[in-house]
Ligand binder design. Structure first.
Ligand code: DGP
Length: 115
């Protein structure tokens, strides 16, 4: 069994977070340490530690994460100018929280992908 992270507590609303969207599959909330004017994390309600752990059974939920990201981008008013979706896996990518999450970043020119 994978160990829960702070994100499970956010999903269950046991600790505070600025939740912008939640349904039976995913939760989206503002990142505690924003790297752009809009920085929102979209996460599955089910605990999956890393992208290495996804299975074919997760495909519908993973697609839903992107649909939700697009809806939130529109709500945030960043859809026309653009935004970036990032998912980090393990240490070389700098993954810090082992509950998969998609970063939605926008609201400024984000520059080149790898700086
Ligand atoms: P990553 O490096 O991809 O694992 O990003 C983890 C992100 O999670 C990082 O940008 C900061 C954010 N984060 C960590 N703990 C919390 C928390 O307790 N609340 C919120 N809102 N964000 C958090």
């Amino acid at each position: 069994m994978a160990e829960e992270t702070i994100f499970s507590k956010i999903i269950r609303r046991e600790i505070a977070a600025d939740i912008v969207f939640q349904d039976d599959k995913v939760t989206a909330f503002r990142d505690i340490s924003p790297q752009a004017p809009t920085h929102i994390l979209i996460i599955p309600n089910k605990l999956i530690p890393t992208i290495n752990d996804v299975t074919e059974q997760d495909e519908a939920m993973l697609g839903h994460m992107i649909t939700v990201a697009a809806k939130i981008a529109k709500q945030e008013g960043i859809d026309a100018n653009g935004y970036r979706l990032i998912m980090n896996c393990n240490k070389d990518a700098g993954q810090e929280v082992f509950h998969i999450h998609m970063h939605l970043l926008g609201g400024k020119n984000l520059g080149r992908l790898l700086g």
